[in-house]
Write a protein of this length. Structure first.
Length: 202
């Protein structure tokens, strides 16, 4: 299970303009929502935010020349790097040599691992194992400022409407917008998440 990098802190929330003074129960609620936002942000962006080496094993369709990695490093800080690639038809990773690093290239803009020279990956269930590093960092100091601010703003909004979960529209600083479901992201928060989203797949 991956380590979760929480994208803002209770201190960030308490500094947010108009934030309420929290009792112990309120603090627990906000901490839980910060974690919930961070988890959802990973899902929405197809990123893993905590920086570490990871190993994933992929089912690969026949004659596939590209693999979509589920997360990669910050576009403006430390990019992910692929450490090694193994291909196998029987998942015996010790008996098979590493795939030659010159035979593939990793595009850190898209999270795509491409075979070079017109070749394809070994196809089949659990046919390719990739080790690589990904994420922003190991603490809040590495979280991009816009993503950290988005976390605070969204959690503050959830806090403000915690007693009206079924509400379908809500005023925000003189305006209003529709909420399609409890937990829906604010429009400006969605814009930030879209900026960091990896879009792709097979």
């Amino acid at each position: 299970m991956s380590t979760l990098l929480e994208l803002c802190s209770i201190t960030d929330f308490e500094r947010y303009p108009g934030a309420s003074t929290l009792d112990a129960a309120g603090r627990d609620w906000v901490v839980a929502e910060i974690r919930a936002f961070s988890e959802r942000a990973e899902q929405e962006t197809n990123r893993l935010f905590y920086f570490e080496e990871r190993t994933f094993i992929f089912d690969v369709p026949d004659r596939m020349s590209v693999i979509q990695l589920p997360a990669f490093g910050n576009r403006t800080s430390t990019p992910a790097s692929v450490a090694q690639v193994h291909e196998s038809t029987d998942q015996d990773w010790t008996a098979n040599a590493l795939t030659d690093a010159d035979s593939y290239v990793y595009d850190d803009r898209t999270g795509m691992l491409h075979r070079k020279y017109g070749s394809v990956w070994t196809g089949g269930p659990q046919a390719v194992r990739v080790k690589w590093t990904s994420g922003f960092g190991t603490d809040l100091t590495h979280v991009p400022r816009d993503l950290r601010a988005a976390c605070v703003r969204q959690v503050a909004f959830w806090w403000q409407r915690r007693d009206s979960i079924g509400l379908q529209s809500q005023g925000v600083q003189g305006g209003s917008f529709s909420v399609s479901a409890p937990g829906e992201f604010l429009p400006d928060v969605r814009e930030v998440l879209d900026k960091y989203a990896i879009i792709g797949g097979w």
